[in-house]
Design a protein around this ligand. Sequence first.
Ligand code: FRU
Length: 429
Amino acid sequence: MDGNRGPDGPSDASRAAWTRDHASELRRDESNVAPVIYPADERVDDELHIWDTWFLRERGGEIAEIDGYRVIVALTASSDLLPGKRHDVATLRYFYSEDGENWETGGPVFEGEAFGSRQWAGSVLYDDGDVYCYYTAAGRAREKELSYSQRIALAEGGRLTVGDGVSIDGPWEHSILLEPDGELYETEAQYRGMTYTFRDPWFFEDPASGETYLLFEANTPVPEGSDACGGDPAQQEFNGSVGIAHSPTGDPTDFELRPPLLDAVCVNQELERPHLVVRRGRYYLFVSSHVHTFAPGLEGYDALYGFVADELRGDYEPLNGHGMVVTNPAGAPFQAYSWLAYDHGDELLATSFFNYHEYDRPTMDDVALLPEDEQRRRFGGTLAPTVRIELDGAETRVRGALDHGHLPLPREGLPEPWWTRAEGDDGDG
Ligand code: FRU
């Protein structure tokens, strides 16, 4: 641990950062472009739009396998709705599978009321039969007008049982775990840009120390008149960070805010769904981000971005020099989003959801201008093909893809990919 880095993290001056210099190198190339994808033969559930998805995991981060079942939790909404409306009514549902390919819908995670007018992404911990569900409480319960406040919430007391399939049942006890403090993390009242973020809690136990943490998506306050970004107020509005909170006792219900793990001030507004993979003692930090959340003067992509450090509070450097690990082809720039990377032997696998296909406008803003049946037709709303990624130190390469929603466990071999990158294929063909 170097002199600047106490257990609470580096001093501000040495905080790990994704800089404009790094991000100005972002390019689609043959190492990072995923193949064009097509509608799945079978969707996870025809009745549902499914987007952000995560595994039920154990304390050490292993994917839980219970009596032969693996379980995922996802944001869902009725597929009768226009895809763009789904965020306003998002509900957590769970799904389970014995083979990682065929998924059964378990049902809503919560029967009763939860915090928020809807629930956004999080993570779910399985600890000896007990289920702890971390989620984002978006808005307020029973609000008359949709609001965008975001708080990090926990539901505890859930139990998982296996009978004819998997069932997760309450009663749940819900609490608000974390809210932004205005110093380390921007509050709703402070933001000056597109919006603020304080969401997507991710449970993490550090294998080096055994300490318990929550990671989350946040923003670093940049006061008006600050000299950040050379004093440029337009760039200052882009102030994404990866937040972290620590549990002093290891109790998975009690966390305190700590300084961010990584800042992207002057670079990007949204470092979404942060999560870590620890491989051979190195910490790989992943986030998803969008084309439109990069600061003026930078050209980014809807993509999975990654960073590596030698310790949890290390000086994260962007993978491949710029950070981009997987992106969509130029002809289908919004076909997948919200990646989740996990370890698989020598490779990483990344699942994501099948977003808008056959849509190649420069931004997604005008999706809503398409006729309604076209909006529906072009929205995937189910799991995307799983991407296989080679990882060598700080370098990555997309090497192939498995079927939609095929999520093998680390102990399972990988099948023949449906697509393998040919030498020299930049995925843009
Ligand atoms: C990423 C995301 C998450 C959020 C969810 C809301 O796809 O923006 O950060 O929890 O979508 O639908």
